[in-house]
Each structure stands twice: as structure tokens, then as C-alpha cells.
Design a binder for this molecule. Structure first.
Ligand code: UD1
Length: 428
């Protein structure tokens, strides 16, 4: 299992480029399965979750070709299997999108219950409710979700909780249903809009993605198309914090500043310098930062996927900060690891009380999930001495070559690997 070895204390400076959004890519690549045609998808991030999804799609008969480092061609004209088994998909959450796509196109799907990061209970009742409203029969049997319909009919669906996954999945299942589907109380994240834009480029008729109500007029058929994935908001935010936590001065390039507003606003409140420059943001921290309170909320609120990284920054920020996690109930596991570096954080239920300390010290720590892993890296960047991070595989699921990008802006970080295979910049 790979490790990162980080020597803290370097002030980060320079420019770092953001890759395509993992969570948009997972939805878009799954959506390509709906077309009786060939799609070319650009700005695909080189991360393990994407590779797992592509392997699962290949197993269904879909042909995937690398065009260049970040561009793939997905030929879904021939699909000869409608079953996605556990072996293929156990590691990723977004396997459930194959359920929506297969059901939407073939009116039948069997997909193993999703895995993914262990950050709390992650039910899929809202996805199932949506499929049933469209006319599908859904059962969970021996770890498989089985969905089948004679035909899918448009329906009005109200989500009881704001769910990214359920919103995308219902879009996927309903784009070719007969009639009109409405999704009320949908998630509004940038990746919801990105998936809807891609579907529209394939011939779908979706209006209102990113607003309080999404309306989908079912069409008979979708064709392949060419599409470029948006930049990754969470990866961008992680590098913004890397600059802030090291007292650095970094330009984070290739992002959409609007998507960063909740993160930028909190950093500004702490005293971090933020300058928008077209599709880049310069982030600098030349003075002592002060603590702030954070509450995670669905977009446009502060993203739960940035909570661990922001908490890492608050551990070395003057004063007391309160971090409330309102999306997932088990998202403070990484605090035990940070405690070993000398932080002062008390977790009570879904709240962390963070008292800033003057210094952290390096030690051996272990990532417990993807964003927790990112938080540990950020803490290690300012810790005195060497930090060894175990279970880097979690981090590789969602960050493209994070060690190389951080080295490019001055961090002292190396990967220690057992594998002789060189990591290449290719999604397949
Ligand atoms: C997606 C993201 C993940 C992010 C999360 C919240 C992907 C692949 N993953 O996960 O990185 O942390 O959004 O922004 O895009 N819920 C239910 N029933 C359901 C579905 C969800 O109760 O059927 C609850 C969940 O337990 C959670 C909340 O709704 O408390 C939000 O979950 P959701 O938005 O669905 O998260 P994911 O789509 O799994």
C-alpha cells in the first residue's frame, strides 16, 4: 500500500492547475451509457474512482478508447450485459448511476449495492423512490439492487432529502421516459448542472438543473456527443487551503470562481487574501489567520467534501472555531489522526470544537477516507518534521497526482510505493 512522506514547513508558491471534476465525471461517464452512439469526453480526471467505473462499463460491453491524457471515447452502441456485480463496483459510490442509466435505456438493471467512503449511513431510498415513481419495480436482493419496468412514465418526484446521487440518478432514468418528469427539492451542485448539460447535448430536454425544480421532457433516443467536464471544485478548494495553511501565495488555475464562493468567503473571513483572476484564484496568507465557524450544507452552502480540509486549516488558526457537519454523521473520523499531530479538537456528535494551536508535529497517520486523507496532507504540510500517511489509495480515488501538483508549488512530498508499475497519466 502506497504511503506519502511529507516534510512540513515549506511555504507554497507558484501555480497549480485543477483537473476535471470527479463527481461530474462519474455522472457524465455513466450518462454516456444512455446513448446509442459514441461520445467523446474531455477533461476526464485521472483518478481511481473513474477507472473503476470505466472498467465496470467495459464489462457491460461498452468500448472505451483513450484519445489523449484526459480525453476518452465511449462507444455504448453495444451493451450486452445489464448486471454490474459487486467485484466490479465495491469500491465506488457512483456505481448507482449505472442503475439509472441501464434502467433508463434498457428498462432493466441489476447493480450491486454501492460502496464508497465510510462517512456515515448512505441509504439510497430516494433513488429507489424516484425509480418506482417512474414505474419501475425495485427490490434489493442478496446485495443487488434489481430494477425493471415494462415502460417508464414521467412523474412528479419530491426528494425528502437533498441528494446529489438521487437527483442525477432520477435524471438518468427519466430522460427517455414517456412524458414529463419533475424533480422537486433537487440538489443544485455544479456537477448536477454539468450532467444535465451533457445529457442535453445528447438530445435530452432537461430544464432547471441548478434551480429548485428540474423538468425533464422524455425523448425517444439519445445520441453520442462531445463534451468537456467542468473543473473540480473540491480539488481547487484543497489547493486553496494548501496555500493558506502554509502562509503561501498560490494561483489555483482552471477553476470556475463562482463554484468556489462558499470556500472563498470563509477564507476571506479568516483573513486569507483571495483575488479572482478570470478562471484562476490567487490565494495568499501573509498575516495571522483567525478562526471561523463552518456549517456544511447542500450547494450553494459550504460543501461537506471540504469540511475535513477546512478543519485541518482551523487547527492552526488563532481562536476557537466550531465546525458543524450536517450532511454525513460520521465525518470526523480523521480527527483522531490529527490528534496525534498535536491538534486541539473536541468532537461532540456532529460538531467539532477546534481550538487553534501554534504548531503541529509530524508522525505516522492513516487516511480513513478520501477527503480525510486530503486533510491529513494539509496538516502535514505545516507540521514540524516528517509525517508518514498510510492508505494513500483513498486519496488516489479522487485527486489526480496530488503529490506532483503539490511538489510543483514547493511542497516536500514523496510517494513510497511497493508497486513497480509506474503511475501513468491515462484513465485506462
Ligand atoms: C455525493 C458526492 C459526495 C458528497 C455528497 C454530498 C458523488 C459520487 N459523491 O454523494 O462526494 O459528499 O454528494 O455533497 O457525487 N441520503 C438519503 N437517502 C438517499 C440519498 C441520500 O437519506 O437516497 C442522504 C445521505 O445519507 C446524506 C445526504 O442525503 O445524508 C446527502 O447525500 P447525497 O447528496 O446523496 O450524497 P452522495 O450522492 O452519496
Amino acid at each position: 500500500m502506497d504511503q506519502f512522506i511529507i516534510n512540513g514547513g515549506n511555504v507554497l508558491k507558484g501555480r497549480v492547475e485543477v483537473s476535471g471534476a470527479k463527481n461530474a465525471a462519474l455522472g457524465i461517464i455513466s450518462a454516456a451509457l444512455l446513448a446509442d452512439g459514441i461520445s467523446t469526453i474531455q477533461n476526464v480526471p485521472y483518478v481511481d474512482d473513474i477507472r473503476v467505473l470505466l472498467e465496470a462499463m467495459k464489462d457491460l460491453g461498452v468500448r472505451i478508447k483513450n484519445i489523449d491524457d484526459h480525453t476518452i471515447e465511449i462507444d455504448s452502441r453495444k451493451v450486452d450485459k445489464l448486471v454490474v456485480d459487486y467485484e466490479h463496483i465495491k469500491k465506488i459510490r457512483a456505481s448507482y448511476y449505472l442503475l439509472g442509466s441501464l434502467l433508463g435505456r434498457f428498462k432493466e438493471a441489476q447493480v450491486a449495492m454501492p460502496g464508497g467512503c465510510n462517512i456515515g449511513q448512505r441509504p439510497i431510498d430516494q433513488h429507489i423512490k424516484g425509480f418506482e415513481a417512474l414505474g419501475a419495480e425495485v427490490e434489493v436482493d442478496h446485495g443487488m439492487v434489481k430494477a425493471r419496468a415494462k415502460r417508464l412514465n414521467g412523474a412528479s418526484i419530491y426528494l425528502d432529502v437533498v441528494s446529489v446521487g438521487a437527483t442525477i440518478n432520477i435524471m438518468l432514468a427519466s430522460v427517455m421516459a414517456k412524458g414529463v418528469t419533475t424533480i422537486e427539492n433537487p440538489a443544485k451542485e455544479p456537477h448536477i448542472v454539468d450532467v444535465a448539460n451533457y445529457l442535453n447535448s445528447m438530445g435530452a430536454e432537461i430544464k432547471g438543473a441548478g434551480t429548485d425544480i428540474i423538468k425533464i421532457h422524455g425523448v425517444d433516443k439519445l445520441h453520442g456527443s462531445e463534451y468537456m467536464i467542468i473543473p473540480d471544485q473540491i480539488e481547487a478548494g484543497t489547493y486553496m487551503i494548501a496555500s493558506a495553511i502554509t502562509g503561501g501565495d498560490v494561483v489555483v488555475e482552471n477553476l470556475i470562481p463562482k463554484h468556489m464562493e462558499a470556500i472563498s468567503a470563509k477564507l476571506l473571513e479568516m483573513g486569507v487574501g483571495i483575488e479572482e483572476q478570470g478562471d484562476s484564484i490567487r490565494v495568499y496568507a501573509h498575516k495571522e489567520l483567525k478562526g471561523v465557524n463552518i456549517k456544511t450544507l447542500p450547494y450553494p452552502g459550504f460543501p461537506t467534501d471540504m469540511q475535513p480540509q477546512m478543519t485541518a486549516l482551523l487547527t492552526v488558526t488563532k481562536g476557537t472555531s466550531i465546525v458543524s457537519e450536517s450532511i454525513f454523521e460520521n465525518r470526523f473520523q480523521y480527527v483522531d489522526e490529527l490528534n496525534r499531530m498535536g491538534v486541539n479538537v473536541k468532537v461532540e456528535g456532529n460538531t467539532a470544537i477546534v481550538s487553534g494551536v501554534k504548531k503541529l508535529t509530524g508522525t505516522e497517520i492513516t487516511a480513513s477516507d478520501l477527503r480525510a486523507g486530503a486533510a491529513l496532507i494539509l496538516a502535514a504540510l505545516v507540521a514540524e518534521g516528517e509525517t508518514v500517511i498510510n492508505h494513500v489509495d483513498y486519496i488516489d480515488r479522487g485527486y489526480e497526482f496530488i503529490e506532483e501538483k503539490l511538489r510543483g508549488i514547493g511542497a516536500d512530498i514523496v510517494r513510497k510505493s511497493d508497486s513497480k508499475e509506474k503511475r501513468q497519466l491515462k484513465v485506462m
